[in-house]
Design a protein around this ligand. Structure first.
Ligand code: NAD
Ligand code: MG
Length: 390
């Protein structure tokens, strides 16, 4: 029996993780579950999985959470500090599925106690890759990727020597707007950006998929997780989303990972690693699929991909500034205050302003430095986005 904790249990990745665990209750003992405002769902998950403790991120929701858990024997706690402390509780396996920079703290605390961290929260690697990876190495912790692309790469690398890897190719669906004429993109609405062709995901990541900010983060995530040079990471548009990514070796071989677009594959792989168990995902019928198509991404259409290269070249805290500025730009787009293409402009102007004023190159060597940059970039991006919105 393995003990598990899920940070961000009520989100899209969290629900899929709960689903897999609930199918095999005899195999798991649940330690901590955390969520946000959806107290009813968090309490329901905690009851079904018989968790030790349920934690909401919001202090003021402690009362309602306690009430919802009354008589269940599950402890209740609230606030950022309680989430951090929940990560200190021993668990064999921990899912990091909080969205945004808030996911960094429980991830760091998990690797600090030498735990196994299943990492969906890509922001931790983009903001603080060196910090998280160094802390993991120092404490003999294991990090398993959960982003579908990185799980695919990780699987293709099983038994291989990183020294023989020539390149990593990340596939991208191209998002909801990939076939739109370039000149219409600036007018795209939130609803249009949300019509993702293949993956059912949360609202923010779906828009990030249309703008390719998601892929830009994944390029940086690839660099940090696999320690590969930026010029060896490629992005290819693959509208069918069936090839989840590829690894190219020095003998010319390309190893691809294929499967149905269902996050339960990557989550389940990390949950059972190093075993492979039966997973409830659809099987691909290749005769029915018939064709797989690929095309090179256009950097004018997807400026986020160009910005990812600049962020990697700048190094240091540029990733933290990039993520924070992207979150603010996305808020403004979702609220209808700036256009779709203006998101990248806001991010680029934020990076330029910070790099001019105080530089981005300092190493992200402490949590405080990362959070300080996150804060500075949010404020800078707010000012820039407001000025643009008029
Ligand atoms: P989501 O918005 O559906 O869920 C986020 C979870 O985090 C919720 O439980 C929410 O309550 C919690 N949360 C939000 N803000 C918080 C805060 N400040 N403090 C504590 N908890 C907070 O997000 P998601 O789509 O499940 O994505 C989670 C992470 O996984 C993200 O980093 C995302 O990039 C990554 N990811 C998601 C997918 C996907 O298919 N959804 C795929 C790959 C990677
Ligand atoms: Mg992904």
């Amino acid at each position: 029996m393995r003990s598990v904790s899920i940070f961000g249990a009520t989100g899209s990745i969290g629900e899929n993780t709960v689903d897999l665990i609930a199918r095999a209750p005899q195999d798991f003992r649940v330690v901590a579950l955390t969520g946000g405002r959806n107290i009813a769902r968090l309490a329901e998950q905690a009851r079904v999985l018989n968790a030790e403790i349920a934690v909401t991120a919001h202090d003021e929701l402690l009362g309602p959470l306690r009430e919802a858990l009354a008589g269940s024997g599950v402890q209740a706690a609230a606030g950022a500090q309680a989430i951090a402390e929940a990560a200190d509780r021993p668990a064999d396996w921990t899912m990091s599925a909080i969205v945004g920079a808030a996911g960094l703290v429980p991830g760091l605390r998990t690797v600090a106690r030498g735990g196994t961290l299943a990492l969906a929260n890509k922001e931790s690697l983009v903001c603080a890759g060196p910090l998280l990876m160094t802390e993991a190495r120092a404490n003999a912790a294991t990090i398993l990727p959960v982003d579908s692309e990185h799980s695919a790469i990780f699987q293709a690398l099983t038994g291989e020597d990183m020294g023989t890897v020539e390149r990593i190719i990340l596939t991208a669906s191209g998002g909801a707007l990939r076939d739109w004429p370039l000149e219409r993109l600036a007018q795209a609405t939130v609803a249009e950006a949300l019509a993702h062709p293949n993956w059912a995901m949360g609202q923010r990541i779906t828009i990030d998929s249309a703008s390719m900010f998601n892929k830009a983060m994944e390029v940086i995530e690839t660099r940090e997780f696999f320690g590969i040079a930026p010029d060896r990471i490629e992005v290819i548009i693959h509208p069918e989303s069936l090839v989840h990514s590829l690894v190219g070796f020095r003998d010319g071989a390309l190893m691809a990972h294929l499967g149905a677009p269902d996050m339960r594959h990557a989550i389940g792989y990390a949950l059972h690693w190093p075993d492979r168990r039966h997973l409830p995902v659809a099987r691909l019928d290749l005769a029915q699929v018939a064709t797989l198509t690929f095309r090179a991404p256009d950097l004018v259409r997807y400026p986020a991909l160009r910005l990812a290269r600049e962020v990697m070249a700048a190094g240091g805290l540029a990733g933290a500034a990039f993520t924070a500025a992207k979150e603010i730009a996305l808020d403004h787009f979702i609220d209808g205050r700036i256009g779709f293409m203006a998101m990248a402009e806001v991010v680029e102007a934020t990076l330029d302003a910070i790099s001019r004023d105080c530089g981005l190159g300092n190493a992200p060597d402490s949590l405080e430095a990362v959070l300080e940059m996150d804060n500075l970039a949010r404020q800078t991006a707010q000012g820039i986005a407001r000025a643009r919105a008029g």
